[in-house]
Design a protein around this ligand. Structure first.
Ligand SMILES: *[C@@H]1O[C@H](CO)[C@@H](O)[C@H](O)[C@H]1NC(C)=O
Length: 160
């Protein structure tokens, strides 16, 4: 019930690391999946992301996060994915895990640029970008040809 009041964006999971009547730690995750809305000049009307498999298992993996983005033409193609979420308390730490074929840049509230290039998982500390209230995660991904794939997981720790 408390968790339901915390976020506009439906939390995928949260954990209570300790339970104290005065202080509670929550971890809130926001990750790639079929509820991502994709826009770009390549998708001017927008579309829901398609969950795709890891082609020949060549992409670096973020456990528990799907790869999204079906690139029907296999040509150069860019996408932007945004997710908004609401925090009623300040975050104690925020980490973003990001993988892209080929390149991605992620920000929160247009701050703390986190870059990923093909082949590895980027892990970025986004703590200073986040604020109490409404926050926006924005990921701009670029595919230069062939398969395009994006996977991310945002881990937000807050203390009440
Ligand atoms: C994708 O974005 C990059 C970087 O902004 C740009 O150089 C490129 O032309 C874009 N590609 C397409 C197909 O729009």
């Amino acid at each position: 019930m408390i968790a339901a009041l915390l976020f506009f964006y439906l939390p995928l999971a949260y954990s209570q690391e300790c339970f104290d009547i005065n202080e509670v730690d929550f971890t809130f995750y926001c990750r790639s999946g079929s509820d991502d809305w994709i826009v770009s000049s390549d998708y001017p009307n927008g579309l829901w992301a398609t969950v795709i498999s890891n082609p020949n298992l060549v992409w670096a993996v973020i456990p528990e996060s799907d790869f999204i983005w079906k690139n029907p033409t296999y040509g150069a193609c860019n996408i932007t994915v945004t997710k908004s979420f609401f925090l009623i308390a300040s975050a104690t730490s925020v980490n973003l895990y990001l993988v892209c074929d080929d390149y991605a840049t992620a920000t929160i509230n247009d701050l703390n640029s986190c870059k990923a290039t093909y082949g590895s998982v980027s892990i970025c500390d986004m703590t200073s970008a986040i604020k109490t209230g409404l926050n926006e995660l924005k990921i701009e991904a670029q595919n230069t040809g062939g398969n395009g794939g994006l996977s991310y997981k945002l881990e937000v720790n807050i203390r009440l």
